[in-house]
Design a protein around this ligand. Sequence first.
Ligand code: TXE
Length: 489
Amino acid sequence: MPKLFIGGEWTAAVDGRVRDIRCPADGSLVATVDEAGPKDAAAAVAAARDAFDRGPWPGTPAAERGRLLLRVAELLERDKARLARAESLDTGKRYVESQIDVDDVAACFRYFGQLAAVGAGDRVVATGGADTESRVVHEPVGVCVLITPWNYPLLQAAWKVAPALAAGNTVVLKPSEPTPHTAVGLMRLLTEAGLPAGTANLVLGAGPTAGGPLTADERVDMVSFTGGQATGRRVMAAAAPTVKKVALELGGKNPNIVFADADFDTAVDYALTAVFLHSGQVCSAGARLLVEDPLHDAFVDELVARARRIRLGGPFDERARAGPLISAAHREKVEAYVAAGLAEGAVLRCGGSRPADPELRAGWYYLPTVLDECAPGMTVVREESFGPVLTVERFHGEAEAVALANDTVYGLAGAVWTRDPGLAHRVASRLRAGTVWINDFHPYVPQAEWGGMKQSGVGRELGPAGLAEYQEAKHIWHNTAPSPLRWFE
Ligand code: TXE
């Protein structure tokens, strides 16, 4: 069945190209899908433009738009098992994690459904005169191109699609090329919920040939992108000539700071999930562990002992706790980062290779890796490996912890572990990051904004600001008793 969705029709790529999707856990063929090129991208933009300029969605009352999103949340819950399975086959992610993702996706649609119904903060402005009325209303931005990555395919799509539709925009979604299936599923559910044709369009295809034309197209009003920093820069540059609105989430190199008074067992436990969850393929992964000097040796010894016990396996292996990397090429990139770390003086404490287990040979697995005695200048400390690789640095006291934590071009997330609430809050307020956890790691809720400072991105997703990204404020001034001004007489 054709897999591009343009103007309410399922269609194949104009030039007939297709792509094989393979499961990262064993390299098996999941499906062959249509592969869009520039002509398909242009057709999707035309459909979204037409639906915005002439279709019903932008003018649909916000409360009604909200109701449709609430219906989508119900459909997501109905189809949870099917969607989670598709997500796991595309990503290699554990099935249980994919199920949690679908729950989070439903919660995201529900949140923006409710927020749309509450209204967009339109307000009457005092003019000081009896014969004038002034109000500020919020309107959709227009045609939004939404480009998403492969680590949380459905979740990242939901963070963009739900607020964009809540605000009355029309969209073209371009998921990452290796993980298209849950985006296809989402289009089906949006249609089933009653979204008008052309309001949401789906383009599957490669970044340069499908994504590039979408970001440059002058009929597009906004691009929201989540992915790597280098591609984010390209997206921003491609959007510049037509001065599109741009929202970017470009990952992080997130510090996890452990002070000597932290609860030892809990902090070790969370340090593991901070970095090894989903094999480190998480934009907020706690990939830089900073441990206060007196605690360092005992903490790293225990962490390494537990990291060695992490069982790798495919999505449906119930004993597995972490899965493969997304592709052979990505694993090679992770291996290069570990090699660079060792060449620059890091000490390998565990991992650092592919697993020996013959059962895992066909997949793109890499062992949980801990590099100790790291220093701020090392490549593996500075750049996002996006794999199961933890770098450990040692610090002495609060000032050095904050300085090391902030010594990065990124600013997405970070955590601080201590029993001292004053210390926790001082450090939290000084971290230059969009999210800070105190004695925790990873939790988020759709009600709270998500996004990065510095080169981690531009703008915010989720929360009220996540809706505002997809709105334009308009001031309407009404002179109710116009009479000549006679300024020039
Ligand atoms: O991402 P890309 P890749 C980081 C992580 C990873 C690195 C590269 O460090 O190792 O990025 O991963 C589309 N115009 N993150 O290569 O290229 C592409 O098709 C328009 C962090 O997979 O950023 C896909 O849909 N679009 C991240 C999306 O951009 C283009 C999550 C992301 O791909 C394009 C994933 C172009 N010229 C990777 N080129 C996070 N922030 O969580 C590519 N794309």
